[in-house]
Design a binder for this molecule. Sequence first.
Ligand code: SAM
Ligand code: DTB
Ligand code: SF4
Length: 332
Amino acid sequence: MKPMPTSTPKSTTVLSREEVAKIYRRPLLELVFEAAQIHRAHHENYDVQCSSLLNIKSGSCPEDCTYCSQSAHNDTSLESEPLMELDAVVRAAKNAQKNGADRFCMGAAWRGVADNKEFDQVIDMVKEVKSLGLETCATLGLMNEEQAHKLKEAGLDYYNHNLDTSRDYYDKVITTRTYDDRLDTLSAVRAAGLKTCCGGILGLGESEDDRINLLHELHSLETVPESVPINALVPIEGTPLETTEPLAWDQMVRCVATARILMPQSKVRLSAGRKSMTDEGQTLCFLAGANSIFLGDKLLTTDNATVTDDTQLFDKLGLKPIVSACETTFTV
Ligand code: SAM
Ligand code: DTB
Ligand code: SF4
């Protein structure tokens, strides 16, 4: 006899940690099947939101994130660079747009935002990138509400600030700021009316329970993030995580599928780590509801899957980059 379907409770319900674990641990094909149905009910099946990244300030970051090439605590080969000039940022944004990106995300290796000349320069970058007709995103570390308001006024659409992992595992990964610091920044971002891009990294040595807890945290936020990046660790020489065991392929699929079920309206981004995935693994993630990627040959400091590879994979799967949702009129 066919077993009764185990359907997921309504999306508006906040599920308990145990309910999330039950979803995550379903037989993989059943999990992917339900996630695909939810994806199709809430999104255009074949549309993929494409963000391009630019590291506008590199290295010498005072934080001790064990995964990161840019932490001053890690002995990596990355050269530190000061904040980029405005015209170089605009050139990179135009190039990203030409490649099919609809959103441009500027990242700075800062502990957080300070009220100084450099922040004013970032404000100008946001204004200029927005005027190209791109959606804008920034990831600058910790931030207060007043600073978030300034970015919003400049035309910022999204702020990326990840929870990274579970609350329990967090201090194995970063000790220079707390989980609650991150949640405070996310509240400031929300209070300013910005959209949030918030997810995590898998493959840091965390357990399956930690991954489930991270997904439960994201789903339980007062307002769920509009954009949910699921990164797989890109192991970097000179970091404490350089020799970490790679994540089992099905864990990425489970995380994407569970994120899709828990946050049906959000864009779920198959983020860092795609370069090491097979086309088949990525395909399963797209079927399981991933509908966003980082597009461009580079992430922040490491190589991404190339635009050529992505174009070929999209053609094969029938996927297409979305046209910008941004309403700004072109000024160039
Ligand atoms: N400094 C800011 C911060 O930490 O919020 C912004 C930049 S930081 C590089 C943005 C995010 O990139 C991190 O929170 C982490 O999730 C992700 N990330 C950084 N290094 C990574 C790596 N080696 N592999 C996968 N994801 C990584
Ligand atoms: C996110 O969740 N992933 C991006 C973006 N937000 C800023 C960063 C990925 C970084 C991968 C390692 C690197 O290139 O340094
Ligand atoms: Fe600095 Fe961000 Fe890297 Fe942490 S992840 S070391 S805060 S740049």
